[in-house]
Every structure is written in C-alpha cells, then in structure tokens.
Design a protein around this ligand. Sequence first.
Ligand code: SAM
Ligand code: SF4
Length: 462
Amino acid sequence: MHEPRKLYVKSFGCQMNVYDSHRMADTLAREGFVETQDPAEADLVILNTCHIREKAAEKVYSELGRLRKQKQEAGSDTMIAVAGCVAQAEGAEIMRRAPVVDVVVGPQSYHRLPELLAEAKAGKRVVDTEFPAEDKFDHLPTPTRAATRSRGPAAFVTVQEGCDKFCTFCVVPYTRGAEVSRPVTKILDEAARLLDQGVREITLIGQNVNAFHGEGLDGKVWSLARLMERLAQMKGLARLRYTTSHPRDMGEDLIAAHRDLPQLMPYLHLPVQSGSDRILAAMNRKHGRDLFLSLIEKMRDARPDLALSSDFIVGFPGETDRDFEDTLDLVHEVGFASAYSFKYSSRPGTPAAEHEAQVAEEVKTERLAELQKLLEASKAAFDAACRGRTFDILLEKPGRQPGQLIGRSPYLQSVVVNDPPAGIGELLTVTITDVGPNSLAGVPAETPLSPALSRPLAAMEA
Ligand code: SAM
Ligand code: SF4
C-alpha cells in the first residue's frame, strides 16, 4: 500500500478562508491526502491567501520565497498551490513572480483542485480563476467524522459569498464576485451533519452574511433571521453566531432574532469603519453615523446583554483630524468589547486608490496608535466587568497545564478552567474569577444556567 500523501494548508485572513481551507482538505482527503502541520514533510502545500491589505499579498510572496528555498535545499518535489483572493486577483502574475508555484486557484474553483493537480503533475503550470456556472458547494465533499472532531465543537458554515456593496476601499466585490446565497436545504444538511458529528456551535459566515437571501424550504426567499430560526430548532445546536454583517442589512427580523433565539449569542461583529459621515459617504458605506448608532440602540433594546465588536479604517483618503475625532468619539459612545482596526491601504483597481488626497503614512500610524489605545481600553473595561459574572462557556480544547480546558464565553473570550467537571464539546456554567490580557479564568458555578443546553448530548471525544 502507498504511504498517504501529506498536505499542508496555511490560511491567511478571514473565517471564510479557514472554512475554505477545510473544504480543500476534505476534497483532497478523497484523493488520499492527509493533513500535516509541518510544511517540510508535505507533498502539497496550499497557501490560502487574503488580498484585503497590501501587506497580506506581500506576505504570500515572501512565504513563497521561503518555500522555494526549502524545496531547493531539500531537493524535494513538493507541489505548491496558491488559493484565495490573492490567487483570484493576481492570477498569472503569481506564476511570473513565483516560478515555484504549480497551481493558482481562485475561491470559486476549489472543487476542481484534483483535476488541476493532475494537470500540474503532468508538467503544466495551471491557473484557474474562473467563476464557473456550477455551484462549487455541490461538488465539495463533506468532512469525515474524524476531520470534524479534530476541528473542535465550534464550526463555520458558509451561507453566502461575495458582495455587491462596493465600498470604495475594498477588493472583495472584485475577488469574491457578486452576492450569492446558498439554498436553505443545503445549509440545513451541512448543519445536521456537523451536529451529528458532535459540533455544538455554528457560526454562519459570509462576506456580507446578513444580506443572505437564500431559497427557503417553501421555495420563497428566506432572510438570515428566518434561516436561524429554523437552525435553532435543530437538536444538539447549543450556540449560533453569524459574521460579517453590514449595518445596512440589519433588518428588523434580525434584530428581533437576538431577542427571540436563546441559542443566538449576545455578541455581534458590526463593522462601522469610521465615525465621520463625510468619510462614510466617501467610502460608499451606504450608512451614516446616526444609522449605526440607532441600530446599536435597537439591538441593545432587543438584547440588553449584547456586546459589540467592529472594524475601523484610519487614514482613508481625505480623512481630516476632525473626521478622526468623530471616530474616537463614536468608540467612546458605543463602548466596544473588541475591535479590529487598520490603516487604510490602497488597493489597485478600487476607486479610493485613485483619490488625490491620500493621507501621509506617519499620520496614519499616529491615528492607528491612538485609536488602538482607546479600543484596547474599551476591551479591557468590558473584560474587567466580566469578573464575578456567571455564564456558559463551550469547552473547546485543552489548556497549557494538565487538567485545564479552555472554553469560549458568549463574547468569544477564552476562559481557562482547572479540572472542569465536563469535557470538550460540552457547555459548562462558570463564574469568572480572574481577568488577564488574553484570557479569563473561571470556576464551575454552583447552579448551571441552562441545564437543557448543557446536557452532554454529543460531547466530543478528545
Ligand atoms: N464585509 C465586511 C464589512 O462590511 O465591513 C468586512 C470585509 S473585509 C474582509 C474586513 C475588514 O478589512 C473591513 O471591515 C475593513 O475594515 C478592512 N479593509 C478592507 N479593505 C481595506 C483596505 N483597503 N485598507 C484597510 N482596511 C481594509
Ligand atoms: Fe468590502 Fe464593503 Fe463588501 Fe464589506 S461591504 S466586503 S467592506 S465592499
């Protein structure tokens, strides 16, 4: 019998890429590949890339440089594939800049990987960045029980891909294409399989997840709220999340779902980008500061314990000190539990890249440092307020010390528990005793909060 071939997949960027990496690994498992964590022993290395910021693409090229050296030194014939949004955007340019690459494959063609690798094996250098008419999800295999278990009790399910919003700074509408939603029945099938394999928490993902408008079980178009209502009825599903949302698509039914669905976690990632109406208009965000703030108010009315996270860009072309002050002011007003913040990075082909009033690099650096200081203080205040609180955590993996397990709070904080009376894949009610910069510590609470959900319905074997 042949030794199984080894596959190393490195994911850059967002959750969509993590999900896609898993689907690629599942596809190649059928071709006899097993995953390894060591690129040096791999027969095939896939870099699943992100094109959001300039440095992300540069990181890929330097990674390819390292792989070339490693290949030369070892005299190996490891095949190298570049997938993801850099593959989609750069296409054949990658072949020119990095002769070590055998296959370039865009996000819509992952189901074709086996054929593409066979062509590469026959000596061709292959580029596939088409948007094929067939639905790739129909051709991507489902993960095995062992693969799901190795990925833990919290899983992603893609419900929507692409974006029609065309924010003036963003490459996503070009690299991922137009918004497409998956039919509800296929999403439910995928969720049912994951739950059967021991998954307890599902995060629905999409570049613009709350723009979801998939064909429902009744043949009509279903919203994200309607989909989640149906998912919440599934046996074994303890927790539900969705990301990433756009403020314009926070419909009334979605806000109500936060009130009505106990499985829907009280945590929402809602990117705002800027607190200045002038900049939001120049970004073509299709919402102003007031709409964002009024949404937050409605959401908090629906779910008073809701915590928020967001994305910010500083130094967008034309951003003045005054505009930046408006962003700081918005952060003060909302009080975010966590956030991502970036310097604006000019992406060729997007309208903002052509803007004359580009902001100087030093100014961007200063503004980012100031914003991050404020966001970190806001996060620290939120974490500190968790001390003494009691909530359920989903136990996900072993901790550093023997007997320790690490779980996730409803707010996605890591919570360390010593010798918990429960295993990976179970919910445990804990009271938070300590708050550190990267994680919290908790002890099992006397009375579980939600005994029905805590039942070890499908606890995961380690
Ligand atoms: N769809 C989401 C939304 O509506 O905001 C997020 C998409 S994007 C993958 C994630 C984040 O990257 C954005 O929210 C934005 O803050 C940041 N981003 C996108 N393009 C950028 C650019 N050119 N420069 C800096 N940050 C950027
Ligand atoms: Fe990019 Fe804007 Fe679409 Fe988000 S909504 S993916 S930032 S274009």
